[in-house]
Design a protein around this ligand. Structure first.
Ligand code: CMC
Length: 431
């Protein structure tokens, strides 16, 4: 807290409110309105939280105007270039880059927690073969609290650590089980000699009847995508995890709430929606028509993978993913993949269009990620699940930060009530 104050004057009474100002390490000054209702009887109104800092956080920083993304202070480009997902996970959870020994211990623990309880595995049999994988994953993650109830004391540091390691380790196994269930193939148990992303590819694509060799480019591409998706400060799903967690509910339930929030097409569901949209556009010839639709106020169609609440400049993640697309397609797919060409051309057309320039709509993280997933053989319905696995690290880091806050209170927003004023009940025969 600084000594600065911000003054608000009531338009009718002329009464002034002196509000303390808080200075962040980076980013805009924050006016602390905590006492506004208590001292002045006023609420603030900010639907969608466009100008509201919902919490204090030391995990991730975004400068949307400059296209900057920092995890614990480190630029995401440097982490993408030099680090691995598992190291980034440690950084996000514990605040510092690990020493070699800390990293080895952490990675060993994650590898040791990859298996699922056999009863949990049997849950998948209860789902119809064509159930959406996000629906299965949400349900099964929520069920984890039934299996680990004895280690969900949220004030016990050992319980917190085991929860964090378990959920990060088991999410790929749960995702793979959902995928195998949809195919009707036998579930492949994790292979703990493999690293995080290689193990995931193995569980998705191996079958018991054949030897399976993990492709290194595929594993590296997945690792990069996971680094870039690992956290993004107070986005919709992370805020959901924090809000659910603020009641003191068990952390598995809070993460399941986050997965549900991620599924929507305005959030993590956009990567699936981008592929659907590119298929619908079908050809470079149709781009102008779809761009015109996106600009038409009377048409609900939007260019999926474009625009962001915070980035009003290039999403730094989209740039890195576009570069990786070339490498992956060169190695695993068709370097002249018509969908990739269509995406590049669509980006070019949109970025030159006045509507997109004026509204500062740039490609976001989801615009190109689906093209990589597709080249790796991951079906479209699994795209948001992939996002969920990576973002679990961010959700857990935020849950841990929230849970450790000594001033933490249950999240309880207020409202601008617009319903009827008090009125008397009217008996049925008098209505
Ligand atoms: N295509 C066409 N117009 C758009 C688009 C788009 N993709 N995105 C925003 N606009 C327009 C919008 O119609 C509005 O115009 P006007 O001011 O004339 O009413 C203006 O730009 C501002 O949009 P908004 O909806 O008020 O912005 P928001 O911050 O509430 O929404 C968004 C952000 C990401 C939900 C939105 O840009 C969108 O729907 N994009 C497409 C879905 C998408 O790609 N989502 C992934 C986001 S990144 C990953 C993640 O969060 O998981």
């Amino acid at each position: 807290m600084t000594n600065k104050i911000y003054q608000l004057t009531h338009p009718e009474t002329g009464k002034t409110a002196s509000l303390p100002v808080r200075e962040p390490t980076l980013g805009p000054t924050v006016v602390d309105i905590g006492a506004l209702y208590r001292d002045h009887g006023l609420f603030t109104f900010d639907p969608g939280f466009a100008a509201t800092a919902s919490c204090e956080s030391a995990i991730t920083y975004i400068d949307g105007d400059e296209g900057v993304l920092l995890y614990r202070g480190y630029p995401v480009e440097q982490l993408a270039e030099n680090s691995r997902f598992i190291e980034v996970a440690y950084l996000l959870l514990y605040g510092e880059l690990p020493t070699a020994e800390q990293l080895a211990t952490f990675e060993r623990s994650i590898r040791m927690h990859t298996m699922l309880h056999e009863s949990l595995l049997r849950f998948f049999n209860g789902f119809h073969y064509n159930a959406h994988p996000m629906a299965m994953v949400t349900g099964v993650v929520a069920s984890m609290s039934a299996f680990y109830h004895d280690t969900t004391n949220i004030k016990n540091p050992a319980h917190i650590d085991i929860f964090a390691h378990r959920i990060i380790a088991k999410l790929p196994t749960i995702a793979a089980a959902a995928y195998k269930h949809s195919l009707g193939q036998p579930f492949m148990y994790p292979q703990n000699h493999l690293d995080y992303c290689s193990n995931m590819l193995h569980m998705y694509f191996a079958v018991p009847a054949e030897a399976y060799q993990v492709n290194e480019v595929a594993a590296r591409a997945l690792d990069l995508l996971f680094i870039l998706h690992a956290d993004h400060e107070q986005n919709c799903s992370t805020s959901t995890v924090r809000l659910a967690g603020s009641s003191g509910t068990n952390p598995y339930s809070a993460i399941a709430a986050g997965i549900s929030a991620l599924w929507g097409p305005a959030h993590g569901g956009a990567n699936e929606a981008v592929l659907t949209m590119l298929n619908e556009i079908g050809s470079v010839r149709n781009i102008e028509k779809f761009v015109a639709k996106a600009k038409d106020r009377d048409d609900p169609f939007r260019l999926m993978g474009f625009g962001h609440r915070v980035y009003k400049n290039f999403d730094p993640r989209a740039k890195l993913i576009r570069k990786m697309c070339h490498e992956v397609l060169e190695e695993l797919g068709d370097p002249n993949d018509p969908l990739f060409e269509l995406a590049l051309r669509l980006e070019e057309v949109a970025l030159k269009d006045d509507y997109f320039i004026e509204k500062k709509l740039y490609p976001n993280v989801d615009f190109y990620s689906g093209i990589i997933y597709r080249a790796l053989g991951i079906p479209v319905s699994m795209f948001t699940v992939m996002f969920a696995i990576a973002r679990t690290v961010g959700w857990v880091a935020h849950w841990m930060e929230m849970n450790a806050d000594p001033n933490g209170r249950i999240g309880r927003p207020r409202q601008l009530y617009t319903g009827p004023a008090q009125r008397d009940y009217v008996p049925l025969d008098a209505r």
